[in-house]
Design a protein around this ligand. Structure first.
Ligand code: FAD
Ligand code: NAI
Length: 465
């Protein structure tokens, strides 16, 4: 039996960052992962392959529709097998990179399924049936999440797919129907729309991207509609019938009314994700997940001494960087340091075109909290760099406390906003005011000037619009 300071179950952004940080801090650490490669959902079937397809499909779309107006004549042809191959190559290189970092930081990757076998014990079973028990002073649960299901709509990864299947569709479907107008539905819908599919989105709520700022959601829906998306909002799916050639979905208004059927070549189920704790042995240490399956924690400590939990399996946004931040904080706490995550400053991004990015509170949240705020807004149509690049769709909105000017929330839709939201994360982490950003020099001509102009707008002295 091998004795470890920390054994982590799950090798995704939570687990692998925890293993690396533990190694850096001189702890003896092992990470148990049952997949053939490290990196979890994010690297294998999430963030990375989806961004590879989003980038490639955006390039294809630009070549098809954008180059001509710049004076570049091309005749693009889609090579979907190559598009999937370059995605797989990137995934392969990045997952290998994690393996290298494990070796560099002396973290052991124990291949197999891990389950807690009582206080301080993790049982690992490999595919060939062999077993070993690891002894651990601390166990960190980082088992992540899996796609939620819709009753009556059974995923077969051929005609009815979840996000994993949607990343590997071998031919562009004639019509793709997506259940759920959340981040996965709209990112992967964008991929297949750009490659030529007709895309229809069926959403239970009366709006898209719940949780994001309402004004941004409205602008985003308009942008996607211009790209050819159609939306059926306020609809619930009641069933699906599969044939050799497609799927018939039955839907009805959630408020009641006549049922309708929708024909699809492929249906993507993208209705959220649920925490994954199957066969984890939680009962052996008396940890009981909440009714939705999440593990409750207090500063990453579960109710069982020496058992910690981080990432998607715990409450909060299901995002790779949230898992990563928690990994570092949790290991630092285990090592007796002051690990900490600022949950008010976790950004969200949708990697479509235009992109959507935000951090902090939405206008709706501030109103509900009764916080008096001022808003500054700046459109990309008035930003010279966006204008010359022919990507002037969208705007930046800064929300600041009416009394103190402290930045409370920032919401953007437009070009490269995924890369620019970090500026406001830093400003907010430092407790910055909108005036701090408004008086900070930004290079000209860049899209980032729109961030500064929106901050100037909080006090009404925007110069360029
Ligand atoms: P996971 O990444 O799910 O890792 C958990 C790992 O644990 C898995 O590899 C699993 O095999 C392993 N495991 C589970 N149980 C056991 C066990 N008992 N024994 C051994 N191993 C086990 N987030 C972003 O921030 N940005 C994005 O752009 C983004 N894009 C996404 C796109 C898609 C299509 C999807 C599905 C998700 C995306 N996410 C994105 C979300 C992101 O992938 C997750 O938030 C993140 O992976 C959570 O990390 P985690 O370590 O908590 O869990
Ligand atoms: P989501 O929670 O973003 O959206 C799910 C949508 O489905 C919601 O709008 C919800 O109202 C709707 N819905 C739920 N049940 C429904 C039903 N029966 N019929 C119709 N609509 C229904 O979940 P999604 O898109 O599956 O993504 C899961 C998680 O993955 C997200 O929480 C997100 O954090 C993460 N992710 C992050 C990405 C990023 O950071 N860019 C990219 C992709 C995923």
């Amino acid at each position: 039996m091998t004795q470890y300071d920390v054994v982590i179950i799950g090798g995704g952004p939570g687990g692998y960052n925890a293993a690396i940080r533990a190694g850096q801090l001189g702890l003896k650490v092992a990470c148990v992962e049952s997949r053939k490669t490290l990196g979890g959902t994010c690297l294998n079937v999430g963030c990375i392959p989806s961004k590879a397809l989003l980038h490639a499909s955006e390039m294809y779309n630009e070549a098809m529709t954008g180059f001509a107006s710049l004076g570049i004549k091309v005749s693009p042809e889609l090579d979907l097998p190559q598009m999937h191959k370059q995605k797989a190559d990137s995934v392969g290189q990045l997952t290998k990179g994690i393996e290298f970092l494990f070796k560099k930081n002396k973290a052991d990757w124990i291949k197999g399924h891990g389950s807690i076998a009582g206080p301080g014990k993790v049982l690992v079973r490999t595919e060939d049936g062999s077993e070993q028990t690891l002894e651990a002073k601390n166990i960190v649960i980082a088992t992540g999440s899996e796609p939620s299901r819709v009753p009556g709509v059974e995923v077969d990864q051929q005609r009815i797919v979840d996000s994993t299947g949607a990343l590997a569709i071998p031919q562009v479907p004639g019509k793709l129907v997506i259940i759920g107008a959340g981040i996965i539905g709209l990112e992967l819908g964008s991929v297949w729309r750009r490659l030529g599919a007709e895309v229809e989105v069926v959403e239970f709520l009366d709006r898209i991207i719940p949780g994001a700022d309402g004004e941004i959601a409205t602008a985003f829906q308009k942008a996607l509609t211009r790209q050819g998306f159609t939306f059926k909002l306020g609809m619930k799916v009641t069933g699906a019938t599969r044939s050799d050639t497609g799927v018939t979905l039955t839907v009805e208004p959630k408020a009641g009314g006549e049922a309708q059927s929708i024909e699809a070549d492929v249906v993507l189920v993208a209705v959220g994700r649920r925490p994954f704790t199957e066969n984890l042995g939680l009962e052996s240490v008396g940890v009981k997940p909440d009714p939705r399956g999440f593990i409750d924690t207090d500063h990453y400590k579960t109710s069982a001494p020496g058992v910690w939990a981080i990432g998607d399996v715990t409450h909060g946004p299901m995002l790779a960087h949230k898992a990563e931040d928690e990994a570092v904080a949790c290991i630092e706490l285990i090592a007796g340091k002051a690990g900490h995550v600022n949950y008010d400053v976790i950004p969200g991004v949708i990697y479509t075109a235009p992109e959507v990015a935000w951090v902090g509170k939405t206008e709706e949240e501030l109103k509900a909290l009764g916080v008096a705020y001022k808003a500054g807004k700046f459109p990309f149509t008035a930003n010279s760099r966006a204008k010359v690049n022919h990507e002037a769709e969208g705007f930046v909105k800064v929300l600041a406390n009416a009394k103190t000017d402290r930045i409370l929330g920032v919401h953007m839709i437009g070009p490269s906003v995924s890369e620019m939201i970090g500026e406001y994360c830093v400003a907010m982490e430092f407790g910055g005011a909108s005036e701090d950003v408004a008086r900070t020099s930004h290079p000209h001509p860049t899209r980032s000037e729109a961030l500064r102009q929106a901050a100037m707008g909080v006090e009404g002295w925007t110069m360029q619009a």
